[in-house]
Design a protein around this ligand. Structure first.
Ligand code: GDP
Ligand code: IMO
Ligand code: MG
Length: 434
């Protein structure tokens, strides 16, 4: 059974959680393949609102197996808390599993994330301080501790000891901060190991066997394309492959088993943390959008920077991700505006360009967004469920996005609740999700 992938196309927080939750209904598995608890995926069902950080957004359906895959970095303390929190609202987590190959975020990763950001000063990335970057650094440096090390406490002891000896040198000599204690961390983490061990699996075989039995698998992306370590606005990015390429490396699935690549984009743009944002709005319109869209980070509660839809970067994202279908979220947020701007090109040194620059220096000094203006529709659309009832100006906006990107929009989300959607293309939609 070919599988579907859901990825964010901007700087995160496009509403991937809502969309995964909505589309997971007909899946047997939902799999996270990168990132860690830097993510915050909000789900809103029948006035119940909660945020998932590591657990895949299929967890609300008791029949779905949710796997935190090999490419993810797992903070066990945060995961155990998340499991408790969602169980406390009546959600069964017995089908949540962790890959043996995933890497573990330790307390020293969180400290080093914070110290590095402080050291960088005005060049800081604005990370979530969850220790994600330092965990991936250790993975690449081949000194990381993996989930499977939780299954053999002798090995865990040895690896943790070696790591803490090494990290203490960095903490005390480079950052001039107090050293950390091996014993207290070891004692705390062996308890986490015991708690999580029944959920540890070899996800590679589990997923491949599922494919061969014809099971339906949905891959849920975290962060988003413009935060991708290779193709985002480097160095202002996260530390994983957030694009669809990351599905294969982060879950052990070959590309030929993937079929539909569904890209999620907001009807405008937001970004949390530092870094280039060509369409950022620097007047009170930004506050209006932030208020209407409740644009505050789901993980850190920081106000999100707000800006107009950037079609040039969206085209770049669709190209790299091989997007086959598009979902536009938060269309309702634009409803009251007199006019809406859409970026279609950039200008550098007086010259118009149609490509997404690789150079951070160009972005920081020279890139100017070129816009087309659209009239607003000034009508609440949050309770419209059929495309034909959308206001004319809203349809014009939607059609422009489709024609610029040369892609079909499957669904338009008009509110945070699971049912606040307009399925624009019913035949494609039901072909993919039934
Ligand atoms: P994710 O990280 O991509 O899953 O997105 P977040 O959950 O961090 O942020 C998206 C926010 O927008 C959440 O608060 C959602 O409940 C909310 N949301 C999602 N879709 C819509 C929509 O169509 N309209 C409105 N108004 N809110 C939405
Ligand atoms: P979801 O999955 C938005 C941003 C941080 C920072 C940069 C690097 O909810 O879309 P990190 O802690 O990853 O080293 O921080 O990436 N960032 C996100 N922004 N949504 C996210 O996840 C994010 N995860 C990381 O703000 O700019
Ligand atoms: Mg989020």
């Amino acid at each position: 059974m070919p599988s579907n992938v859901i990825v964010g196309l901007q700087w995160g927080d496009e509403g991937k959680g809502k969309i995964t939750d909505l589309l997971a209904k007909n899946s047997d598995y939902v799999i996270r393949y990168q990132g860690g608890n830097n993510s915050g995926h909000s789900i809103h069902i029948n006035n119940r609102y909660f945020i998932l950080h590591l657990i895949p957004s299929g967890v609300v359906y008791p029949f779905i197996k949710c796997i935190i895959g090999p490419g993810v970095v797992i903070d066990p303390k945060s995961l155990i808390q998340e499991i408790k929190d969602i169980e406390s609202i009546g959600i069964n987590t017995s089908k949540v599993f962790l890959s043996k190959r995933a890497h573990i975020t330790m307390p020293y990763h969180r400290l080093l994330d914070q110290y590095k950001e402080e050291y960088l000063g005005d060049r800081s990335i604005g990370t979530t301080h969850r220790g994600i970057g330092p965990t991936y650094e250790d993975k690449i440096a081949r000194i990381g501790i993996r989930v499977l090390d939780f299954l053999n406490l002798k090995i865990f002891y040895k690896k943790l000891k070696e790591n803490i000896d090494y990290k203490n040198k960095i903490i005390t000599k480079v950052y001039k901060r107090p050293s950390i204690s091996f014993q207290s961390i070891y004692e705390e983490y062996i308890e986490y190991a015991k708690t999580l061990s029944p959920r540890i699996i070899d996800s590679v075989y589990e997923i491949h066997n599922a494919f061969h039995k014809g099971k339906k698998i949905l891959f849920e992306g975290a962060q988003a394309m413009l935060l991708d370590i290779n193709y985002g606005t480097y160095p202002y990015v996260t530390t994983s492959s957030t694009s669809t390429g990351g599905v294969c490396t982060g879950s052990g699935i070959p590309p030929n088993l993937l079929k539909n690549f569904i890209g999620v984009a907001k009807s405008y743009c937001t970004r949390v943390g530092s870094g280039p944002f060509p369409t950022e709005i620097r007047n009170n319109m930004s506050d209006i959008i932030r208020r209407r869209g409740n644009e505050y980070g789901s993980t850190t509660n920081r106000p999100r920077r707000c800006g107009w839809l950037d079609l040039l970067s969206l085209k770049y994202s669709c190209m790299i991700n091989g997007i086959t279908h598009l979902i536009i979220t938060k269309m309702d947020v634009l409803s009251e505006l007199e006019f809406i701007k859409v970026c279609v090109e950039y200008k550098i040194n007086g010259k118009r360009i149609q490509y997404f620059p690789a150079s951070i220096e160009l972005f920081e000094e020279k890139v100017e967004a070129i816009y087309i203006d659209f009239p607003g529709w000034k009508k609440d659309i949050s309770h419209i469920y059929e495309y034909e009832y959308l206001p004319k100006n809203c349809k014009k906006y939607v059609n422009f996005i489709e024609s610029y990107l040369n892609l079909e929009i499957l669904l338009i989300s008009v509110g945070s609740e699971r049912n606040q959607n307009i399925i624009k293309n019913k035949s494609s939609f039901f072909k993919i999700f039934s």
